[in-house]
Design a protein around this ligand. Sequence first.
Ligand code: GLC
Length: 713
Amino acid sequence: MPLNTKDLLKQMTIPEKIGQMMQLSPWFFVADLEKEAAGPIRDLKLDEAKIFSAGTALGIGDAREMIEVQKKYLAKNRLGIPLLFGADVIHGYRTIFPVPLALSCSWDPENARIAARVAALEAATAGVHMTYAPMADLVRDPRWGRVVESFGEDPYLLGLFAAASVAGFQGDDLAGEGTVASCVKHFAGYGAPEGGREYAAVDLSRQALEGGYLEGYRKAIEAGARGVMTAFNTIEGVPCTINRYLLRTILRDRWKFSGVTITDYDSLHEVLAHGAAEDERDAARLGVLAGLDIEMASTDYVNHLEKLVTDGVVDLSLIDEAVLRILDLKEELGLFADPFHNADPVKEQLTMLSEAHLALSKRVALESAVLLKNDRMALPLHPALRIALIGPYATSHETNGPWSWHGNNAKNESIAEVLRRRGIDLTIVKDGDSIASYDASDIEKLRQADVVLLLLGENAHQSGEAHSRADITLPGKQAELVGFVKSLHGTAVAVLQNGRPLVLENILEADAILETWFLGTKGAEAVCDLLYGIADPSGKLTMSFPRSVGQIPVHYDGLPTGRPNHHELHPREYVTKYIDELNSPRFPFGFGLSYAAFSYGAPVLSASAITPSESLAVTVELHNETARAGVETVQLYLRDKAARISRPVLELKAFRKIRLSAFETQTVRFELGLSDLSYRLPDGSVVWDPGVFTVSVGPDSAHLKAADFVLKR
Ligand code: GLC
């Protein structure tokens, strides 16, 4: 019998209601409060009554700990309202999948659903009820460390991956087995900090918000996400955490979102640091007026809301509306019927790192790597070749990447171990990043090798939260290793492990470059399969790689400007350009090579003009020119050439992942309708304009074949 949450609300005192609006670390519920009376308990002005009225807990170690905390909590909560446990399950729980930026390069949202499904199956047995994922922030600045958690620079692709993640986490029944509620983040615009500097100011116009930055959150909510986490930044000068335009006008009134909103860590209290509230009491007032339901990690609500109500400053109905949403989510999760919902130490052991989960992680990893360069078919490698391994990651097990708390890099194999296990003639020469330490014997080993594998990139702490970089070349001196190998006339294959697009100008003399990001628990095995052609690289970049950091932001879907630069190699004087750099990125959005080679026919349109009620068919011949089968992601872009407002020079509208056998030709078909030709105005309304559109099809955003058509009035 479903619980009547409205009746329960009526039984609650004001302090009990306000307690539901606070999230604490599980530590508070099991700490010896007498012994721990100082420290965070005193700093946050907490006492036992407040602690055991908290509605949610942040993070959990395992099922045993969750059960212990929930039992202790329920014994002290007067009405027996269970704790909801939230955690950051971003790209896997124990079985770690490729980081989201890598996963998006598979151009298959089903991979996002699978990764989230496996993560939910594992996290649920550990007692997790809600995950703070997907991160649906649009990103266009690779200096920002959290691009690693994003699904890239395109709103349409990002939205598909965010929605698929929600479906994977939540499954078909939130109260069922192996599901967790999805809390999409960070609402809104957190991916556009000035200078790519973490936590820096964000200044986005309403057109930028409606034209792309809101898309990922919108799609996640349309997919049923039950939570929204507010971002650290401001929008139009108002911190997102107390921003009524975002939290009420857009989220509640326009998108009809019925789930809970939660702050980011301490972000309600940080409204004071933004200079947008007088004091904690004012922050609490502004938060509840904006419709913010749960305060994570700080205690402005629990220390000030009651007095704001008794002083007549805040109406109790605002608290009731927030608490009812929290109770409703707990009821949706089945927590009143079973406060230990899915937490099961035995099932936990059977579920974590199962062979099936590991196999799925590897399969997604194989599709997430991107082949950036492959001169003279340096790849794939033949198993008989003598391999020398050098570089800072030559023996590294660290393939999980940032936000993989519950994973364990030590359990991962290194690339060296996989190659050895497969009987490859392998010499590990050096794992440093400087040629200074190479002696004559090292050099001889390099000369003896048929191929030198250089394992380069960033460590897991050079991207992720609070890890922005102003210089996005390869750290240290590792780039010199490529030139050194080439000076010995060796074949240099660079394998990159990194959490952001990098400036790779100083390693372009490598014969081959394979971008492997952080591919998760089975990353090393996946990389070796790709290097030896056991699997073919098929990934395509979802974020542009700049030629220089000075180009940033560099993304494929910029506005045309009044002085477009149509011939960047021979530009006229007064057009948009640099005098010391090209406009185009080194590797464009959508780019990725295969061991096969594909050619495209020109797009053929079903009509030269359509009415708003008609659709347009676009077909293109795709041919595999080689004797090797391969996978190609055919991309379709649009340009709206004349509209009410200036529109991007290109917008991704559709894509098809096609497998072609040797020398095969396939006709790839797309269908465009009015929704593909429409766009959002700054007020969020969706409009379309008659006129000329250009449809372009190709392997990436820089190599396209185009045809025009007219949308009639
Ligand atoms: C962090 C992150 C957010 C995460 C939260 C809880 O600061 O910004 O993504 O979900 O705190 O760990």
